[in-house]
Design a protein around this ligand. Structure first.
Ligand code: HEC
Ligand code: HEC
Length: 249
């Protein structure tokens, strides 16, 4: 239990310390970025299994997304329009480097794919984050909570498929702890911008469902009951993730 608290502490500090940025709707950017992350992971994972077609497809996805974001108005995202040229320059780099990775994949040149991946991360992703995300304090705590939900779910699923029940239990436990942190009134208000108490109460109800099912997954994992694990994961998605998204996302 103690180990959990120390692990959650930085998240708590971040969640309480960072208010939502003005009135800007960052959601389209958040979604585009989760897509960026998924495509970047996919390049590495596909390369590892020698699937060059999938590497090329992921690189193409990164290229097209950068192109699309370049058409967006930066002031809608809460940035100073004076920074538009710099913002676009990083996107242009993402476009060019992804294009290079795509061509390397067609030649099945794994070394040049690896080089391209390193270049993409440092010159496009990290450089833009340093200048736009970090400097302007744009790390949305709601995104942090949600990405940690996604990784816990992946851990549970992987454990289930590998027959590794301790991995399942660990994933369920961290999802439950994160859900409990998220249930605190000040966190719901500051991270999800819900100012009405009645809305926070509804939001919390979905979290309690999510936590209840996660606890069931953990119990079932300690007994090694794979069918019950799967049923509880399904219920967690339906009564937790999907239900709350339907109302609040
Ligand atoms: C042109 C600027 C720019 C480029 C290029 C860029 N990002 Fe981002 N990224 C941002 C900004 C601004 C945010 C903060 C928005 C938010 O948190 O919702 C962000 C947020 C993220 C997040 C959300 C994580 C979190 O905890 O908030 C991920 C993941 C991410 N970027 C991945 C990537 C990857 C991978 C690449 C490169 C393939 C990339 N980004 C390229 C500007 C950029
Ligand atoms: C109690 C409510 C609630 C629950 C439960 C919940 N979410 Fe979310 N989720 C949200 C809200 C609100 C947003 C939009 C946040 C924002 O953009 O500020 C969101 C956004 C997301 C996003 C970011 C992409 C997008 O479309 O904005 C992902 C990914 C996500 N949730 C995954 C999950 C998963 C997986 C679960 C279940 C394991 C889950 N969520 C459970 C409320 C919830």
């Amino acid at each position: 239990m103690k180990a959990h608290c120390t692990k959650l502490l930085p998240v708590l500090v971040i969640a309480l310390g960072i208010p939502l940025t003005g009135t800007a709707d960052l959601r389209p950017l958040s979604r585009a970025m989760l897509g960026n992350l998924q495509a970047t992971n996919s390049i590495g994972e596909s390369l590892a299994v020698g699937d060059y077609g999938a590497v090329a497809a992921a690189a193409e996805d990164l290229r097209n997304r950068a192109r699309k974001i370049r058409g967006w108005k930066v002031d809608d995202l809460g940035f100073n329009p004076a920074g538009k040229a710099e913002f676009d320059a990083y996107l242009k780099l993402q476009e060019e480097i992804s294009d290079k990775i795509m061509r390397s994949a067609r030649r099945e040149d794994s070394r040049s794919i690896v080089d391209g991946l390193g270049e993409l991360m440092t010159k496009a992703c990290l450089s833009c984050h340093k200048n736009f995300r970090d400097r302007q304090g744009m790390l949305k705590s709601s995104t942090l909570f949600m990405t940690s939900f996604v990784s816990s779910w992946r851990e549970m699923n992987r454990g289930l498929l590998l027959n590794d029940y301790s991995l399942v239990a660990r994933g369920a436990r961290s999802l439950g702890s994160m859900g409990r942190v998220m249930s605190w009134d000040p966190i719901i208000e500051s991270s999800f911008g819900l100012s009405k108490a009645a809305n926070r109460e509804k939001f919390r109800k979905y979290l309690h469902k999510l936590i209840g099912h996660a606890d069931k997954v953990e119990e079932a994992a300690t007994r090694g009951e794979s069918q019950l694990i799967q049923q509880s994961i399904t219920a967690m998605w339906n009564d937790g993730c999907i239900a709350c998204h339907g109302e609040f996302r």
